[in-house]
Design a protein around this ligand. Sequence first.
Ligand SMILES: NC(=O)c1ccc[n+]([C@@H]2O[C@H](COP(=O)([O-])OP(=O)(O)OC[C@H]3O[C@@H](n4cnc5c(N)ncnc54)[C@H](O)[C@@H]3O)[C@@H](O)[C@H]2O)c1
Length: 149
Amino acid sequence: MRIVITGAAGFIGSHLTESLLDQGHSVVGIDNLLTGDMANVAHLIGRDFQFIKHDVTNYIHVEGPVDRVLHWASPASPIDYLELPIPTLKVGALGTHKALGLAKAKGARFIIASTRRSCASSTRTVPGCASMTGARFPTSSRRRCAART
Ligand SMILES: NC(=O)c1ccc[n+]([C@@H]2O[C@H](COP(=O)([O-])OP(=O)(O)OC[C@H]3O[C@@H](n4cnc5c(N)ncnc54)[C@H](O)[C@@H]3O)[C@@H](O)[C@H]2O)c1
């Protein structure tokens, strides 16, 4: 399969890319290196791996067929997303919208990595819901955005 991974230069994305290449898949990794590092994927250059430096909150263009879009792009550690609340919110909403658009255009299956907190509550009284005003909201809102897009 030909698989697009957003956030490919991050912790999970880079390991997943290597694992998928080992299984014989072709991988297109997209990352703007906000919290990721080229060093995480440098050893994969030369394999069936294409790296595109791109901010996925903007239109995503990938040449050729795509079978899967794995949307992993987002600051993930609390240190990062507390320092970067707006970029985290943007990639969770706009980035998810653009990644879904790519999957739709290519007829690809879409898979998102997210927190288990998939809904939001202003009072946080609903079990499993994240606070809409708390510090975690920028990162916890993304799966909800995907579900509503
Ligand atoms: N690590 C965990 O324990 C954990 C737990 C639950 C969910 N997740 C989710 O898994 C995903 C990956 O987590 P990780 O630990 O590998 O994080 P990470 O910070 O190591 O990797 C995220 C990658 O996304 C990239 N990125 C951020 N914004 C971008 C943008 N606008 N355009 C393109 N690339 C962008 C970063 O540069 C980075 O390489 C995240 O979506 C995270 O929310 C991780």
